[in-house]
Design a protein. Sequence first.
Length: 169
Amino acid sequence: MLADARNVMPDDLKFEGDKAFFTAALDRADLILHGRNSYEDQPNSPRRKRVILTRKIAALASDPCNPKAILWNPAGASFEAACEHAGVAAGTVAVIGGPGVFGMFMDRYDTFWLSLAPHVRVPGGEPCFPGVPLRSPQDILAAHGLRAGEPQMLDKAHEVSVTPWRRNA
């Protein structure tokens, strides 16, 4: 689960090692793509180019609240058009968000970094992918052609790890 039933990430799911890994990955990305309920709260957040998914516009628009962001309705424009509108022709796109956003890109990920906090339970929470909890996140990633790499420990005391799931070449 990514969040509780109110779509809020509980403090039980927040670990410094995971936060540092996440922040560093976003700092390396050329573009951040996320849904309307996702947000960042790091010092570099305002400097990052981003695409925000929304149904409140027809296709593409500048975000009136953030000069580094554009709004994108996938029903009205392609992902490639959204990237072009954001001024990004190549590079790394970091997709953050919930199951709807992650699900849209399942067949396009080069790498998906799956963090696990095995001792935390969020009953009735927001799953990471469509189909969870009927299937595990690992089964869903594998079904979309991704294979698990070597996990990295992010917080030894709480056994929090992150595993790269990469597409076969």
